[in-house]
Design a protein around this ligand. Structure first.
Ligand code: HEC
Ligand code: HEC
Ligand code: HEC
Ligand code: HEC
Ligand code: HEC
Ligand code: HEC
Ligand code: HEC
Ligand code: HEC
Ligand code: HEC
Length: 403
């Protein structure tokens, strides 16, 4: 028999259950039988925003019965090709997304990409939303746990793009991720943690996944290397290479395995396309010599300034000017991309003359100090001679008294 109190408890419990918002109950009922999905999902940005199991899967969340739970609108989402449209139902809806200030163009852009076009053609091997974002454990793009956070992204693309068999099917290079990781950009982002270095999407677009066209590479690289691109556009190579169908920056630097090029390689590099002993190789050599010579003068000036510092000279001002000369030198490398002598000559001349001036001034100071030291030594010598003479004289006169 139930006491009156117990009966009240039951009524209260039922009332309480009826006031719990629908979404919470829904999430809980599916999760009872699917604990792994529930746990993965609980950490996601969706769980925070009242997206529930049924938002994507449909079904009846209010029951503990297997049959009823998976009936009606239920979908397993095992069909990869159907998933982008499920995500787009919310993410292309301006009304739902504007509160978060999120763009709503992911699906539209995705459909123009190689991935989206392949999927639209019925090919399930190309990337869909969940390959890059996950399905349950989705985080904000800038959350370090996210599979699309800058430093995790190469690994996310590598799942498919380092798969030799899969890429072979499309005639695509399966070394792109390894090349990227070995190159300057990859090392900078992945090893040094420099978030200014590009990841895959900086050059291919976030949802675009399209290789830049031959004539667009300067724009892609120029988003970051502004001065270099400007000089390149001013020079003969821009038009010459676009007309010849040569992929701009990439033809000298490659696309993924970007290495720091050595100034010394300029002449052999020019010879690759223009032939040994050509005017262009000569020009390359001259540019090379200008930069090297200016750098040598600045180095000499710096060594001398440091030597002066050790000799207790005030070289603050000189070190500042050497810094300025170095700035001119860093401008020289980007300007060399105009493949003409004049712009490089202008900045290297400035760097060089600062180097030479600083050297002269420090030499002069050092000479003056040496002169000072010489004078001190001279007077010390005179003084000591006088002292000795004086003492000898005293000893001689006192010795006279004893004997
Ligand atoms: C009473 C336990 C129970 C509840 C409640 C339940 N499920 Fe399931 N679910 C199962 C079992 C058992 C299977 C495995 C069936 C199978 O493998 O054929 C399954 C399978 C699935 C699958 C995989 C289907 C497939 O074909 O691969 C999905 C997705 C799923 N459930 C989602 C949900 C969602 C969403 C809810 C809530 C609306 C839910 N489940 C509620 C027990 C449950
Ligand atoms: C943002 C959409 C989305 C939400 C929300 C979501 N799922 Fe899924 N779920 C998917 C997709 C897509 C798949 C199929 C691809 C896969 O297996 O990753 C899937 C697969 C599954 C599967 C079968 C494969 C597996 O991982 O075992 C189960 C079970 C499942 N979901 C349960 C749930 C439960 C329970 C919830 C709520 C806690 C939930 N899902 C919320 C999108 C979602
Ligand atoms: C029921 C609506 C709904 C569905 C369906 C849905 N999302 Fe979301 N999604 C949201 C909301 C709301 C947010 C939270 C936005 C925020 O806080 O920035 C969000 C956030 C995200 C974010 C993080 C955005 C950021 O801030 O960087 C990603 C990525 C994402 N969803 C991907 C997906 C994917 C992939 C799918 C399909 C498997 C999907 N979503 C399905 C509503 C939905
Ligand atoms: C090839 C991988 C890839 C695919 C496929 C992909 N995304 Fe993304 N997505 C990304 C990356 C990378 C970012 C992060 C961009 C950043 O750092 O700002 C992102 C960001 C987002 C964001 C955050 C807001 C934004 O636009 O920057 C949302 C929402 C999103 N994706 C939804 C989707 C949806 C929906 C789909 C499917 C239609 C999808 N994504 C397909 C890689 C992908
Ligand atoms: C699920 C596997 C998968 C993932 C993950 C994936 N891709 Fe792809 N990607 C493909 C396939 C398959 C193709 C070839 C599609 C075709 O040509 O029909 C492709 C094509 C491309 C292309 C076009 C290449 C060309 O010249 O045609 C680019 C660029 C690309 N992917 C970049 C990326 C980037 C960047 C990422 C990570 C953010 C990524 N992909 C993640 C499978 C994937
Ligand atoms: C600094 C810019 C840049 C970065 C970063 C970058 N790519 Fe590329 N990628 C390019 C260029 C340029 C091309 C070649 C375009 C051409 O020659 O038509 C290319 C081509 C590709 C191709 C086509 C390869 C083929 O065989 O035709 C794929 C796939 C690709 N990249 C994927 C990636 C992935 C994955 C990452 C990240 C690990 C990445 N890219 C990072 C610039 C970049
Ligand atoms: C998102 C910005 C970004 C884009 C896009 C980008 N880069 Fe870079 N690049 C950097 C950063 C940052 C560094 C410096 C890395 C370091 O030293 O840590 C760098 C370094 C380099 C270097 C070596 C510079 C040196 O000091 O010797 C070369 C060469 C280079 N990039 C060429 C390219 C080319 C070619 C492209 C286009 C295919 C490109 N970059 C696209 C940001 C970018
Ligand atoms: C004709 C070959 C060639 C082309 C085309 C070319 N570069 Fe270079 N680049 C070089 C050489 C050689 C160096 C080594 C530095 C030097 O001696 O000028 C260099 C150096 C660089 C550096 C490092 C210089 C610095 O500022 O520290 C960057 C960044 C760079 N290039 C980016 C680009 C970009 C972006 C493009 C396309 C707009 C491009 N390059 C086109 C040959 C080329
Ligand atoms: C990847 C191939 C390639 C490389 C490497 C290359 N060039 Fe060129 N260069 C071209 C093309 C293509 C043209 C335009 C057609 C022509 O005039 O031959 C051109 C034109 C020029 C021109 C203007 C026209 C002329 O014939 O005088 C100069 C100057 C020049 N290059 C200098 C250089 C220098 C200096 C180097 C080495 C730093 C170099 N190039 C490396 C492909 C290249």
């Amino acid at each position: 028999m139930m006491t009156r109190n117990q009966a009240w408890y039951v009524v209260l419990l039922v009332a309480l259950l009826m006031t719990v918002p629908e979404g919470v109950v829904a999430a809980e009922q599916c999760g009872v039988c699917h604990p792994e999905s529930r746990v993965a999902f609980a950490e996601s940005i969706h769980a925070l925003e009242q997206v529930t199991c049924t938002s994507c899967h449909g079904g009846d969340a209010a029951t503990q019965d297997v049959e009823r739970a998976h009936r009606g609108s239920f979908r397993s989402l095992r069909d990869r090709l159907a998933t982008p449209a499920i995500c787009a139902a919310c993410h292309s809806d301006l009304k739902q997304m504007s509160a978060y200030n999120l763009p709503v163009d992911q699906y539209a852009v995705y459909q123009t990409s190689q991935h989206g076009m392949a999927v639209a053609g019925g090919d399930p091997r190309a990337a869909v939303c969940i390959d890059c974002h996950g399905s349950h454990e989705i985080h904000a793009a800038d959350d370090p746990r996210s599979s699309v956070a800058a430093r995790n992204l190469p690994g996310t693309c590598a799942v498919c793009h380092s798969d030799e068999e899969l890429m072979g099917h499309y005639g695509l290079d399966s070394g792109v991720v390894a090349d990227y990781e070995a190159g300057i950009h990859g090392q900078s982002l992945l090893v040094a943690g420099n978030l200014a270095a590009p990841n895959c999407t900086s050059c291919h677009g976030v949802h675009g996944a399209t290789p830049p066209g031959v004539g667009d590479i300067d724009k892609v690289c120029g988003a970051c290397h502004v001065q270099t691109r400007r000089a390149f556009l001013d020079g003969a190579h821009y038009q010459g290479m676009t007309e010849a169908g040569i992929p701009e920056c990439e033809s000298c630097h490659s696309n993924h395995a970007i290495q720091r090029r050595d100034v010394d390689s300029i002449d052999t590099l020019c010879a690759d396309c223009h032939g040994d002993g050509s005017d262009q190789v000569l020009l390359g050599n001259k540019i090379h010599t200008l930069i090297e010579a200016a750098a040598a003068e600045v180095d000499k000036a710096e060594n001398l300034a440091l030597e002066g510092q050790r000799a207790a000279l005030d070289v603050e001002d000189h070190l500042g000017r050497i810094e300025e000369a170095r700035t001119y030198l860093t401008e020289a490398l980007p300007l060399a991309h105009a493949v003409s002598l004049e712009p490089v000559e202008q900045v290297t001349r400035r760097a060089r003359s600062i180097g030479e001036e600083v050297q002269h001034e420090i030499y002069a100071k050092l000479d003056r100090t040496e002169a000072h030291i010489g004078l001190v030594v001279f007077w010390f010598y005179v003084f000591m001679t006088l002292v000795i003479l004086f003492m000898l004289k005293r000893r001689m006169s006192s010795g006279g008294e004893v004997t």
